[in-house]
Design a protein around this ligand. Structure first.
Ligand code: ADP
Ligand code: MG
Ligand code: ZN
Length: 728
């Protein structure tokens, strides 16, 4: 058969069996390569059509093809699809009964089965190896081939045994396929499958329609809600690290009026399935999930993917963001980053065996570099997968759209390369930085590197600066990692040219993320307090409060406290609901004092053309208020406070704090039944008068004045009574 005829035949079969008119990307040369009996290595992004690369060739011979695939669920799915096309495909895995297995084996030996999917753990079973020896086999496909490498994101030890089994079955061509493979993982795949001279077909990993953005994880819930409002009605996935977080964020979104469903391995299978279906059929716009979600999901119109927590590796990040915009239209990828998340992930790794832990640590480190880097995200990602992105500005990532300040980096790159050359290209980033900085560490001294000309040549800048420059030198491919020992950096041909003939090159400084970013739970409140607020509005609010207080004969703080005013001057609430969300303001106070304040804020906002709280108000979930409701009910029933504390397993102090919160949000509480047991009428009046005359309700000042006579608990209780009576 001539090549032309074979090509035609391939196309005919493509149409006849699968109904497609055209091959996509490299499919055709790949299929021809494996049909010619050559080992084949396919690297193609998710959704590009890898399966066809082994399914179609299986239809072109009268032998059977073996497909090794790691996930039983996906296996069944593919086999069902093939059967629907009228292809006799079967699978062999642990879910089958003895008689089913016997029947499949019989059919295979008789030459009736075209594709046999096998789980790696079934493949390695003695009796299966014996069986496969009796079957006429065309080739072996290893799907998700990155599972073979410890350096990938989904290592499966059983994959390591595939080669030895193939050797027992016979001398067969192998086609390995994967959607993500760094140069290191690629090398691992070729080595482990012993197909060093396989023809490699690598498609570009660039996803042009995806926008990449990373933000500090500060005020993350509020940022998330705002992002959701900007993308309201669109389909999206939010990834969280833990099941608990998944539940919490799904709840947060629901409370704020979005249709969102959780998905994680801890949910019952039926619930999981229902939520997934709801997402696929668009009954639910948003799925909040752990990384358990998404494998094999083929929803073309996912418009955004949010990483609420930092992913474990760049491969994971690429895979997960890759689920956005499959249809080629808009896809927004937003990640929230905090060092805390990295620390948490490192803790998870603690129980792993040493080498695995070390690998996991390096993957996390790559993640940090990626986040902090000022270089185009797209360029970084593609570089990570061994692909060079030539353009300077991709116009679709935060670093390109909002570039960091650039500086001329020729001299810096030269220094880095000289440091590498002078240390004989046998060291890694930290060592090079030590040498540049002139740090005489034990290591540096033991190699006499403090005697080098380059030693200390970079001491005008700090080591974070130099680390960043070394990484940028890597991304620009003047340096490259040694694939056998990733930590060693070597000068590339491009780097050697640069040394001979340096040219101008732009570098930028890294992003800075706070080292000890607060847990986001607290941050909504805290950031509010520390953030610069609108001082003009704040002063106007204060003046209004003073006027109202005078009119009613109350101390001003009884109406609203300063932090509440600051918050108003930060988020600009313009409706009663929004005002009630402010710390220390509840519906009670809104009804009592709200009208005047809202009027003031509304006028102010209009006059100054300000974005209001409408798009950033985050309603907290009901769970938190359960405790509050319980306390209010029990106080209504006149239960002793000690008993309430005990029932809720909180300290007395903790209970007082809760009660204060309730009271300061405008709910009137009657604690007389309790206070009357503690203090006689005269003493009560004494404290009450103090608060009426004071200019703040601050407990410390109160104690300075009253300490000799009363305990702090007593003063706090009286303050609650006072606030309840005069303010609420
Ligand atoms: P991958 O394994 O690379 O992630 P799949 O093999 O699951 O991707 O294919 C993704 C989708 O592309 C499937 O729905 C498949 O039917 C479709 N597809 C594959 N090849 C073609 C083609 N030549 N023409 C049209 N659709 C195709
Ligand atoms: Mg696939
Ligand atoms: Zn870019």
């Amino acid at each position: 058969m001539t090549v032309v005829e074979e090509q035609d035949l391939l196309k005919v079969k493509l149409k006849e069996v699968f109904g497609y008119n055209q091959f996509r990307g490299n499919q055709e040369p790949i299929i021809r390569n494996i049909l010619d009996g050559r080992d084949t290595f396919v690297i193609m992004p998710t959704g590009a059509g890898k399966s066809l690369c082994y399914q179609l060739p299986a239809m072109m011979t009268d032998k059977m093809a073996i497909v090794i695939s790691p996930l039983i669920a996906l296996m069944k799915n593919q086999v069902d699809q093939l059967n629907a096309f009228g292809i006799n495909a079967k699978f062999l895995n642990s879910t089958l009964s003895k008689s089913e297995i016997t029947r499949i084996k019989k059919e295979s030996i008789a030459g009736e089965v075209k594709l046999l999917y096998v789980a790696p753990e079934s493949l390695t079973k003695e009796e299966n190896v014996e069986f496969l020896k009796k079957v006429d086999i065309a080739f072996i496909a290893v799907d998700e081939a990155h599972c073979i490498s410890e350096w990938g994101h989904d290592f499966r030890p059983e994959y390591r045994r595939i080669r030895s089994i193939i050797d027992q079955i016979g001398n067969l061509p192998v086609i390995a396929l994967t959607a993500t493979a760094t140069p290191k993982v690629q090398l691992d795949i070729l080595k482990n499958l012993e197909i060093p001279s396989a023809s490699t077909f690598q498609s570009s990993f660039n996803r042009k329609n995806l926008y990449y953005e990373i933000r500090p994880k500060k005020d993350a819930k509020k940022q998330l809600i705002r992002f959701m409002k900007e993308h309201n009605g669109k389909s999206g996935i939010i990834y969280c690290l833990s099941r608990k977080k998944v539940e919490e964020i799904a709840e947060l979104l629901r409370v704020n009026g979005f249709s969102a469903a959780p998905y994680h391995a801890g949910l019952e299978a039926s619930v999981r399935e229902r939520n997934q279906d709801a997402f696929l059929t668009e009954d639910t716009n948003i799925i909040v999930a752990t990384i358990a979600f998404g494998m094999g999901i083929d929803k073309p119109d996912v418009r955004f993917v949010v990483h609420y927590d930092v992913p474990k590796s760049l491969e994971g990040y690429y895979q997960e963001t890759g689920r956005a915009g499959r249809d080629g239209l808009e896809g927004n990828c937003l990640m929230f980053y905090s060092h805390n998340d990295i620390n948490k992930l490192e803790k998870f790794n603690k129980d792993k065996p040493v080498t695995e832990r070390e690998n996991a640590r390096i993957l996390l480190q790559e993640m940090t570099f990626f986040v902090e880097s000022p270089v185009c995200r797209r360029k970084l990602l593609l570089h990570y997968f061994g692909e060079e992105f030539m353009e300077d500005n991709c116009h679709a990532c935060d670093n390109c759209v909002k570039p960091k300040d650039r500086f001329e980096g020729m001299e810096h790159v030269l220094k880095v390369l000289q440091a590498a050359v002078q240390t004989e290209q046998r060291f890694g980033l930290d060592h090079l930085v030590d040498v540049l900085e002139g740090e005489k560490t034990q290591y540096v001294a033991s190699y006499n590197h403090d005697k080098l000309e380059i030693f200390g040549a970079g001491k005008d800048e700090d080591d974070d600066f130099w680390k960043s420059v070394v990484r940028q030198t890597l991304v620009h491919e003047f340096l490259a990692k040694d694939l056998d020992q990733l930590s060693i950096l070597k000068v590339t041909a491009k780097g050697r040219n640069f040394l001979k003939q340096p040219v101008s090159i732009e570098l930028a400084r890294d992003h800075e993320f706070e080292t000890d970013a607060e847990e986001e739970e607290e941050s909504i409140r805290q950031v509010m307090r520390t953030k610069a607020y609108d001082e003009i509005l704040f002063d106007e609010l204060k003046a209004l409060r003073k006027a109202l207080a005078r009119k009613r004969g109350l101390p001003p703080y009884v109406i609203f406290q300063d932090p509440s005013l600051e918050e108003m001057a930060t988020v600009y609430p313009t409706t009663e609901d929004e005002l009630a969300q402010i710390n220390g303001v509840g519906m009670g106070k809104v009804k009592k004092f709200g009208t005047e304040f809202l009027k003031l804020i509304n006028e102010y906002v209009e006059e100054h053309d300000i974005t209001t709280a409408a798009e950033v108000v985050v309603k907290s979930s009901v769970n938190k208020s359960k405790m509050k409701i319980y306390i209010i009910q029990q106080i209504d029933r006149k239960m002793d406070l000690e008993e309430i504390a005990e029932n809720k397993a909180i300290s007395f102090d903790g209970l007082l704090e809760e009660i204060e919160n309730i009271c300061y949000s405008g709910t009137r509480l009657n604690l007389d039944y309790y206070i009357d047991q503690l203090l006689d009428e005269e003493k009560q009046e004494d404290i009450y008068d103090y608060f009426m005359a004071a200019d703040s309700d601050d407990i410390e000042s109160a104690m300075d004045e009253l300490e000799e006579f009363y305990s702090e608990d007593e003063v706090r209780l009286m303050r609650i009574k006072f606030m309840s009576e005069v303010a609420n």
